[in-house]
Design a protein around this ligand. Structure first.
Ligand code: C5P
Length: 229
């Protein structure tokens, strides 16, 4: 498989557990995501070690700062050789344009977080945003697209509308994925892998259903088959 759709979230507290876990996976069947917890604990060294095992990495550090700082952070992240990085769309147009300039199209993929899916309408009201979360998500996705970003992170439930608005070349990355027979944990707005792909997702971020599976590789194979079937 040249372009695996599953991105396994490596939400581990350190390098040792992470490397022991990825030894059970196959880089031909998935990509992996390194987030704030693992990166804060184990830094660029663990990123390099994971890449050394053949895995492509989505470095999920969600940069959100003044344009100059985000430019340098994006350049530094891109120089690690990762596959994808991200910023917060709420950083605004100047920050997004600056990030795009720092990471030219066709090099590392640059996507934006629209709204965190943990934010409900009442949370938005508290920070002075008096719209439905869905409207805010669409507005921020359009802004990210206008600034030349490659895509956004969103719930798979928002994907059908985003796909329609943003067109077929905009990359939609969706967490909150649960196979029917696996614990939903604290995720609320979930879909199955198959449903997410049918909705129009390009890449699925899946953590615990794979990291906590008794046999992570066969779970990964099963989920890939579900997606392709
Ligand atoms: O274990 P689980 O499949 O719930 O992991 C989902 C991953 O996606 C976690 O790394 C989580 O931080 C991330 N994520 C999410 N919801 C978002 C954005 C990111 O679950 N809106």
């Amino acid at each position: 498989m040249n372009d695996p759709r599953i991105i396994v979230a490596l939400d581990f507290p350190g390098a040792e557990q992470t490397l022991a876990f990825i030894a059970k996976l196959d880089p031909a069947l998935c990509r992996v995501k390194v987030g704030k917890e693992l990166f804060t604990a184990a830094g660029p060294q663990v990123v390099e070690k994971i890449m050394g095992k053949g895995f492509e990495i989505f470095l999920d550090l969600k940069f959100h700062d003044i344009p100059n700082t985000v430019v340098n952070a994006c350049k530094t992240a891109a120089a690690l050789g990762v596959w994808m990085i991200n910023v917060h769309a709420l950083g605004g147009k100047r920050m997004l344009l600056a990030a795009r300039e720092a990471v030219p199209v066709g090099t590392v993929r640059l996507i934006a977080v629209t709204l965190l899916t943990s934010m409900e309408r009442s949370d938005l009201n508290e920070i002075g945003l008096h719209e439905d979360p869905q409207q805010v998500v669409q507005r921020l996705a359009l802004l990210a697209g206008d600034c030349g970003l490659d895509g956004v992170v969103s719930s798979a439930l928002e994907v059908p509308e985003l796909r329609q608005i943003m067109g077929k070349n905009f990359c939609l990355v969706t967490p909150g994925i649960r196979p029917i027979d696996v614990s939903v944990d604290e995720q609320k707005r979930i879909t199955t892998p198959r449903q997410a792909i049918e909705n129009g997702s390009d890449y699925l971020v899946i953590g615990r259903p794979i990291t906590r599976a008794r046999d992570p590789l066969s779970m990964l194979q099963r989920l890939n088959e579900e997606i392709e079937g």
